[in-house]
Design a protein. Structure first.
Ligand code: CP3
Length: 345
């Protein structure tokens, strides 16, 4: 199906665009009254398991906000269920796991993911969406480190004490777990592209918790493999981390046509760190959406001006939309980006 609006894909390939493309991480979520109403009746995973409903939730922000891409409504935990990880998504907490993985026996009990057989609703949703959307659809997966942190800690953490101490204390268990998670992520990403996803984002959200040498030793080999084993798909891959400014050159080395950056590093500096050969996505602090319009608009324009004239900027937040966000603010940001951004005018 021909896309009416492909400026997001053009920017991923660093081709000229008429307007800077914009979309928002967590553009479907609790800041929307419609989403909150649906969540009274269904859990998040129930929405994911009903393709028509899930497609509706995915498409809603595209129509409401005028963004240039859709992101599949799902969660990074979804592929872990069939691999043998018993998780729950606890409201206002995040993923919680009944049987955290801490030993080699735990790792060896994990099963290889068979995405189409075990998660048919994910791919049915993608097939529905590519029929009906006129903007590209982004599929996604968590990065192996980020998934490992939930699987080892059993719940969200600020310190990553269990994750890092397992890494240092039992590198054999760590590497075995990272191998299994990388296999699962590669299969899940490949199946999403096969179902029609136009681009893929790897959310290595928590990898910024590592110092450079630990990233190089414990994570980089898996990220390199992940990108090598999805390169033939021919769809742009966005490689995203939070608080990972110090890791940008190595994330770039691992792979991805687009590097996603949070707000902690000025976007032009981040681009210097990754070099010219990739596109860049970001990087407005989501809290600025709670600021008065004149403050917000100045920051949006500052970001656009800082990278003006460079091909391959995709406007986004530095992390997900916060539940307290007014949808009208997001709509205005889309308008401002479309008014001022673009490199052929
Ligand atoms: O619109 C979109 O961005 C697509 C949907 C999406 C969700 N999760 C739905 C969701 C995406 C891309 C994710 C990825 C995800 N999930 C990440 C990586 C991105 C990031 O935020 O760094 C992570 C770390 C998770 C794990 C997770 N799931 C967390 C930390 C939470 C928040 C817990 C809370 O209640 O605040 C979830 C639950 C979750 N996944 C929500 C949504 C919209 C929250 C709303 C709800 O419970 O209905």
């Amino acid at each position: 199906m021909a896309l009416k609006n492909d400026r997001f894909l053009k920017a991923c390939r660093r081709e000229p665009v008429d307007r800077t493309p914009v979309w928002f991480m967590r553009q479907a979520g609790r800041y929307q009254a419609e989403y909150r109403a649906l969540r009274e009746r269904y859990t998040l995973l129930e929405i994911c398991r009903r393709p028509e409903l899930c497609a509706r939730v995915t498409a809603l922000p595209v129509r409401q906000l005028g963004v240039d891409a859709a992101i599949l409504f799902s969660d990074i935990m979804v592929p872990l269920g069939p691999m043998g990880i018993d998780y729950e998504l606890k409201e206002n907490v995040g993923p919680v796991i009944a049987n955290p993985i801490r030993s080699l026996e735990d790792v060896e009990a994990l099963r290889p993911l068979e995405p189409e057989a075990e998660l048919p609703y994910v791919f049915d949703t993608i097939r529905l969406l590519v029929q009906e959307l006129d903007v590209p659809l982004i599929g996604f997966a968590g990065g192996p480190f980020t998934l490992a942190s939930y699987v080892i800690e059993g719940r969200p953490t600020r310190t990553f004490v269990e994750t890092k101490s397992l890494m240092y204390r039992a590198p054999d268990v760590w590497h075995a777990l990272m191998e299994r998670l990388t296999d699962g992520v590669v299969r899940h990403l490949r199946a999403q592209a096969a179902a029609g996803a136009h681009a893929l984002q790897v959310f290595d959200s928590w990898v910024g918790a590592l110092e450079v040498r630990d990233y190089q030793q414990y994570v980089l080999p898996y990220m390199r493999r992940l990108f090598a084993e999805t390169a033939d798909l021919g769809v742009p891959r966005i490689h995203f981390g939070v608080g990972a400014g110090h890791l940008l050159p190595w994330m770039r080395e691992a792979g991805g046509e687009v590097i996603g950056v949070d707000w902690r590093v000025p976007l032009a500096d981040a681009w210097e760190r990754v070099g010219d050969g990739v596109a860049v996505q970001g990087n407005l602090d989501p809290v600025l959406l709670l600021a008065p319009d004149h403050v917000l608009k100045a920051r949006v324009e500052e970001i656009l001006d800082s990278v003006r004239g460079r091909r391959g900027h995709i406007f986004n937040l530095g992390h997900g939309v916060l539940p307290a966000t007014d949808p009208d603010k997001l709509k205005r940001v889309v308008e401002w980006v479309h008014q001022r951004g673009g490199d052929t005018r």
